[in-house]
Design a protein around this ligand. Structure first.
Ligand code: ADP
Ligand code: GLC
Length: 477
């Protein structure tokens, strides 16, 4: 089985969110199961990116009425999985992956259209025709469209589209269509047309052989108007080829026993050592260590529930003595509100606005409970990471959060390992945090049971990889 994973971001080379984690971890799990898996991504030049490699090849790509050059560098994941990095200075030599200062680049249609076409040319150039081209989100969606239009007779691969987040679809002015080298016949409701614009993700939904999202619950949710962002109708129509496969996390990276970025390593047998990490985090943040700590590591965007969390935290400050540690960046209004909260209640709330991987590890391990109050969450990795570190999560009951966290009030065979709330309101979020606070303070043994239950769960990528292999086989046989 030969698979080419196409992603705009891949850990450890470039990351803005969970897509990169998955694109870095899934190949390792597939390789361990005998798949000939390779990865391809663009060469981003942003300050936090490390997209380096050895020169492999270069070729011309007919694009936007001219010949653009794709220079291909080769590196690897763990020395085992080939990673091809496609360089083109016009499109990728930028400070951001998708935009700057909260604004998308206005040529993203061309940037990722070029990337998608270059991926197909790369397959021909290297004579590597995979059984499955596994594309991810809108940034590589045009692989499915270009393949259908130009490469059907040259590239026999099947295409699997994974939707990591339906909110981001790659919607652009239809005038990009001719610049992408595509005909107006695609400007059709059953193809790329979407409310008068063109929609890259819709194109891939139509032209892929199968589609999956990153949790079974989200696969159902996206077929409804509440979660479908305008594509629920077509997803429902095509649901015969729609699957839900839960993500895992990279157990080499997220392991309390070996993590070099935390203060003190431990495992489920030496759980008391987790406390040393809390002590250090309390020192680092100047918060009183004898209180319950809640943590948040998140993009600060609408999806992540900041609008209900901020008022709920204020209530918690009023009614309990709990403390809060926040790390995140995103929409300026949420960044400001979080920063304001930490100034106003400096003895209770500590916040860093920004992206900081090392600090993220220290927060997962140093806090007592982890917050994920998302409005929607296709899978969510942070709740799985926190459980792996013995930090019970408080989450909204949606998407992958619904699938991975077990609340004691639920009728499920697995041991409880966190708290869930249903309504998307500040009050429900507050009530859930308060419930966590009460258990933590009044029943330490119950809380400890939740910590160990979370740590014992299997969130490794191994079982997800098996599901992916089944799906690859299904579409390519
Ligand atoms: P999403 O992809 O929607 O942002 P996920 O839960 O799937 O959400 O993945 C988020 C990933 O990004 C996790 O690995 C998390 O640790 C990381 N992350 C999010 N915000 C930050 C931040 N400000 N600093 C460091 N890591 C972050
Ligand atoms: C997206 C989703 C997140 C998911 C991640 C990886 O960024 O928002 O829920 O975990 O992709 O699939």
């Amino acid at each position: 089985m030969k698979v080419l994973i196409v992603s705009s971001e891949v850990v450890p080379f470039a990351k803005t969110g969970g897509l990169a984690d998955v694109a870095g971890a899934l190949p390792k799990a597939l390789k361990a199961k005998g798949v000939d898996v390779r990865v391809v991504m663009p060469k981003h030049d942003c300050p936090n990116c490390k997209c380096e490699g050895e020169y492999l090849t270069h070729f011309g790509v007919e694009f936007d009425g001219r010949t653009e050059t794709a220079v291909v560098l080769e590196t690897s994941i763990d020395g085992k999985i080939p990673v091809y990095i496609i360089d083109n200075k016009n499109f990728f030599s930028r400070p951001g992956l998708y935009g700057e200062s909260g604004k998308d680049y206005d040529d993203n249609a061309l940037r990722f259209g070029f990337f998608s076409k270059a991926v197909l040319e790369l397959c021909l150039n290297m004579d590597f025709i995979p059984d499955v081209l596994h594309i991810n989100d809108w940034q590589s969606a045009m692989v499915a469209v270009y393949k259908k239009v130009f490469y059907e007779d040259k590239i026999s691969s099947k295409v699997l589209l994974t939707i990591h987040n339906l909110q981001y679809q790659g919607v652009f002015d239809p005038l990009f269509l001719p610049r992408l080298g595509l005909g107006w016949d695609l400007f059709d409701m059953e193809k790329l047309e979407f409310y008068g614009k063109i929609n890259f993700l819709k194109g891939a939904i139509v032209f892929s052989d199968a589609i999956n999202t990153v949790s079974p619950t989200y696969a159902k949710e996206i077929q409804t108007p509440e979660f479908g962002y305008g594509l629920d109708g077509i997803l429902k129509h095509l649901n015969y080829k729609l699957y839900g496969i839960l993500n895992g996390i990279d157990y080499d990276v997220w392991n309390p026993k070996t993590d070099p970025l935390i203060w003190e390593n431990y495992d489920v047998q030496t759980l008391e050592k987790k406390q040393i990490n809390k002590k250090e985090l309390a020192k680092y943040t100047n918060l009183p260590e004898n209180r319950m700590f809640f943590g948040l590591v998140s993009r600060l965007v609408d999806q992540k529930g900041l609008d209900i969390l901020i008022p709920a935290v204020k209530e918690m400050i009023k009614y309990t003595d709990a403390c809060f540690v926040f790390l995140g960046s995103g929409q300026p209004e949420y960044e400001e509100e979080v920063a304001k909260l930490s100034k106003e209640f400096s003895d209770r709330v500590w916040a860093k606005i920004g992206y900081d991987n090392e600090l993220a590890h220290k927060i997962y391990v140093g806090v007592d409970a982890f917050l994920v109050p998302s409005k929607f969450e296709p899978c969510g990795l942070t709740q799985m990471i926190s459980m792996r570190y013995g930090t019970p999560p408080v989450v909204r009951n949606t998407g992958g959060l619904a699938d991975t966290v077990v609340d004691p009030n639920e009728d499920r065979p697995e041991a409880p390992c966190g708290i869930k709330f249903d309504d998307y309101t500040a009050h429900a979020c507050f009530a859930a945090m308060k419930r966590a606070y009460e258990i933590y303070t009044s029943s330490p043994s119950t809380w400890r049971d939740w910590m160990t239950a979370g740590m014992r769960k299997d969130f490794s990528f191994s079982s997800s990889a098996e599901e992916y292999i089944k799906l690859y086989k299904k579409i390519s046989s």
